[in-house]
Design a protein around this ligand. Structure first.
Ligand code: 9MR
Length: 438
């Protein structure tokens, strides 16, 4: 079914703002951000785990299932079962997936560990190509390369078999990933890159700057932010986020956990991300403390029984009090998409057609296709208490009520979509207010 609606001028309704009650829904209202978690395939049969996952998060990162040893255990024999299970779970619920990771010195299968030189370079590039091709269209972001810099004061690359194939191995991996999945956003991801003055942070910054200058395809930088044990939340964290963003990449906090989960540090991290328009999302590295790689430090937002901790309340409150519409966020573009060949004059009208999508017990999907313009802006109203929890293929911003969103084209085509939480109202459906060009 397709409901057609021609355009007019946007009418802004004012309804009273109602705070979102989950991390993902609140992050989505903050300029279309995500709030995600690492997920383990083996836990998808644990209903206490999936209840929290499905309720709170709008993004997932497979914790181990997309690593090289998992996806290519024997050379040229690929194994995707567990990764596919996570992707299916996520995508069928409107959650976006971060692929982790295509090239890494660690978690290599035995056959790769013993390789070197040209044979290793080719095997690595083949791995990147095969895996990115398998997940093409399903993974929003890829951690193309993980942890390639050394700790300490050297600012050097980490020594590894991959590094010894030549300093250009990282850009070669990015180019192979772009060729295999032109629609995916390609990220560099690392830890101990949170403190702006650290040599490692500066070294990663210079690499990203160099890639942008030379046209090596890179779209985003992930700061793992394991504030656990050896490294703490630094007071200049916001400077780090904004400095990377100023290079023209999105910035993500990709593996957040904080020893003993102090509310202040979690609140500060959240506020720092919200303050930087291109900090477009936060992923925590597990759901309950018992799911953490460092469970002894209780570093997550839910206790081992699944209860919300004080840090959870601090993060949700920070998200809810963040500005709903950071209009300074530049629209992101999807590299690889050719520029539009015709540009209708700005301010003209276009047509937005709504296609209802999958409906679940508590949420439903909607997609909207625009015709008559290649650069456009569509205003869509949701009926409160319904809330949009996940968005894709557009640049989204909200009015202060959280119920009226403006979606701008971002180079990823003419169809955008979103997931709406019913929150008790199962009958209302989104209304198109206007469609304008430019
Ligand atoms: O959480 C992951 C743990 O289950 C694995 O045993 C470990 C193996 O390398 O990797 C952990 O995740 C790491 C992530 O992939 C990269 N950054 C550091 C994470 C914590 O070690």
């Amino acid at each position: 079914m397709s409901l057609l609606l021609a355009t007019g001028t946007a009418v802004v309704v004012s309804t009273s703002a109602q705070a979102a009650t989950t991390l993902g829904a609140s992050a989505a209202e903050r300029g279309g951000r995500f709030f995600g978690t690492a997920v383990a395939a083996g836990k998808l049969s644990d209903s206490a785990y999936t209840t929290i996952l499905n309720r709170e998060f709008n993004q997932v990162t497979p914790e181990n299932e997309m690593k090289i040893d998992a996806t290519e255990p024997n050379q040229n024999q690929f194994s995707y079962g567990n990764a596919d299970r996570i992707v299916q779970h996520a995508r069928s619920r409107g959650m976006q997936v971060r692929g982790h990771t295509l090239a890494w010195h660690s978690q290599q299968p035995g056959w790769m560990q013993s390789m070197s030189g040209t044979a290793l370079r080719n095997a690595m590039l083949n791995h990147v190509t095969q895996v990115a091709t398998h997940f093409r269209g399903q993974v929003t972001w890829w951690d193309v390369v993980n942890e390639a810099f050394a700790d300490g004061s050297s600012g050097a690359r980490r020594d590894s078999n991959l590094q010894r194939t030549g300093n250009d191995w990282i850009e070669a991996a990015f180019r192979a990933a772009r060729a295999a999945d032109p629609g995916a956003k390609l990220c560099y991801n690392d830890y101990n890159t949170d403190n702006w003055t650290d040599a490692k942070t500066q070294a990663v910054y210079r690499m990203v700057q160099d890639f942008k200058n030379r046209g090596v395809p890179i779209d985003c930088v992930g700061l793992q932010s394991h504030f656990t044990g050896g490294s703490n939340y630094p007071s200049n964290y916001r400077t780090t986020l904004s400095s990377f963003a100023a290079l023209g990449v999105d910035v993500h906090i990709t593996e957040l956990d904080i020893r003993n989960a102090p509310s202040d540090a979690y609140r500060n991290v959240t506020n720092d991300c919200l303050a930087v328009p291109r900090c477009t999302g936060i992923t925590v590295w597990g759901i309950r403390d018992s799911d953490s790689w460092r469970s002894g430090e209780s570093p997550l937002l839910f206790n081992s029984s699944g209860g919300k901790k004080a840090a959870y309340d601090a993060v949700l409150a920070a998200l809810n009090s963040g500005t709903p519409n950071p209009t300074t966020a530049p629209p992101t573009t999807t590299p690889g998409t050719p520029p539009p060949t015709t540009t209708p004059p700005p301010g003209g009208s276009c047509t937005a057609s709504v296609t209802p999508g999958t409906v679940w017990g508590d949420r439903y999907n909607t997609s909207v296709t625009v015709s008559g313009a290649s650069t456009w802006s569509v205003v869509v109203a949701i009926t409160s208490p319904q809330r949009v929890s996940t968005t894709w293929s557009g640049s989204f911003s909200w009015d202060s009520s959280g119920s009226v969103m403006t979606v701008r084209s971002n180079g990823s085509g003419n169809t955008f979509g979103f997931t709406t939480m019913m929150n008790g109202n199962s009958s209302a459906r989104p209304q198109i207010r206007s469609c304008s060009t430019g």
